[in-house]
Design a protein around this ligand. Structure first.
Ligand code: SF4
Length: 364
């Protein structure tokens, strides 16, 4: 049986954050009921397949706004309609303002063993700028209550590159994460996405320039390592053994099923997705994105990981050696300090991470 990841998109949020481009609509009980039933129906498509789920990820949107009862319904269906690995990682994203809707013990009982919480910053002015409605006390409360219920694998999200953010404020946020004993931190540079309120105001927001953001990124990656979180991907850090297994599937170019509007799948060699539209999802209309998992994709995704591209894995998958052209180009970047290469692997350095897109596209 093939091991597969399952991503379930929960496209509801209490409020829309001005920087966010993820697909979600305002919470609405009737719609959330209908949506829950529809997600469960979509599972039927896969019920005769020879697969075993070793990761399940509830992302969004804000999965926590669904509340315990609907989440348990979905988890029950996951258990009955799929074969679930006994050590499956089951992650749930949550917003600190909606944690009171959740019964962590009941969710843990049904297999939830990892939480990803949107902190973004522990500094009030930065939270305000980002339109976040929670306080650091809310975050501390939710982390402690999850830990008390026995869910210890917790990740907090941070945003780098907020106006007026300085090393001291970044340090405050990182120290706060450490003080809560979380195992994983994701730290993304703020991107202004088209179609968001921030995009409309982009000239007046005072977002730091690329160089300043790069310095902040470097500082974050160094300080998190000092705190005991090692960097395993461009924007992800964890204590040893607490890397996100689900997200690692994406970066290792492994297959997964995505359920929900805007969710992407890579399954049986093909990539496809649902549009950002409820009605298409309810009618199960997907868009075919063609064959997935070719050499270029494999190289591009693996280079996001700190461990880099492992030549043996490439050779086993594609039944040939990596090209001389690739190696020669990589050696040029190595001289410039952007990557390291030996006879087993090639991996980007911290300096390389900052310009990863440019380097990867040159390499492939
Ligand atoms: S950042 Fe999270 S809570 Fe805010 S709008 Fe986006 S998905 Fe919703």
């Amino acid at each position: 049986m093939k091991k597969i990841g399952l991503y379930i998109h929960i496209p509801f949020c209490k409020n829309k954050c001005p920087y966010c481009d993820f697909y979600s609509v305002k919470t609405n009980n009737a719609e959330m009921d209908r949506y829950t039933e529809s997600v469960i129906k979509r599972f039927d498509k896969y019920k005769d397949d020879e697969i075993i789920l070793d990761t399940v990820y509830f992302g969004g949107g804000t999965p926590s706004v669904l509340g315990t009862e609907r989440l348990l319904k979905i988890l029950n269906a996951v258990n009955t309609k799929f074969v679930l690995d006994k050590d499956a990682e089951i992650s749930l994203e949550l917003n600190p303002t909606s944690h009171n809707l959740l019964d962590f013990s009941a969710l843990k009982e049904k297999g939830v063993n990892r939480l990803s919480i949107g902190l973004q910053s522990a500094v009030e002015s930065e939270m305000k700028f980002l339109g976040r409605k929670h306080t650091i006390d809310d975050v501390a409360r939710v982390v402690k209550s999850a830990q008390k219920s026995g869910i210890n694998n917790i990740s907090l999200d941070l945003i780098i590159g907020v106006p007026k953010q300085e090393k001291t404020s970044l340090k405050t946020s990182m120290d706060f994460c450490k003080s809560l004993g979380v195992k994983h931190i994701s730290a993304y540079i703020l991107k202004i996405e088209k179609g968001t309120p921030f995009y409309e105001q982009r000239e007046n927001l005072g977002i730091p320039g690329d160089d300043e953001q790069a310095l902040q990124y470097e500082y974050v990656s160094e300080y998190l390592e000092e705190l005991g979180y090692y960097q395993y991907e461009i924007s992800n850090y964890s204590e040893k053994g607490y890397e996100s297994r689900h997200n690692n599937k994406y970066w290792k170019c492994e297959e997964y099923i995505g359920i929900g509007p805007s969710a992407y799948s890579f399954y049986k060699g093909r990539r496809f997705h649902y549009e950002r539209c409820f009605e298409d999802f309810y009618k199960d209309v997907t868009v075919d994105d063609g064959t997935g998992g070719d050499e270029e994709e494999f190289i591009m995704l693996n280079l996001r990981l700190k461990r880099g591209l492992i030549f043996k894995e490439y050779e086993e998958r594609y039944k040939r050696k990596i090209s001389e052209t690739f190696i020669n180009k990589a050696k040029v970047f190595e001289k410039a300090g952007f990557l390291t290469i030996d006879n087993k692997k090639v991996s980007l350095t911290k300096k390389g991470y900052l310009v990863s897109n440019a380097i990867i596209s040159e390499l492939i």
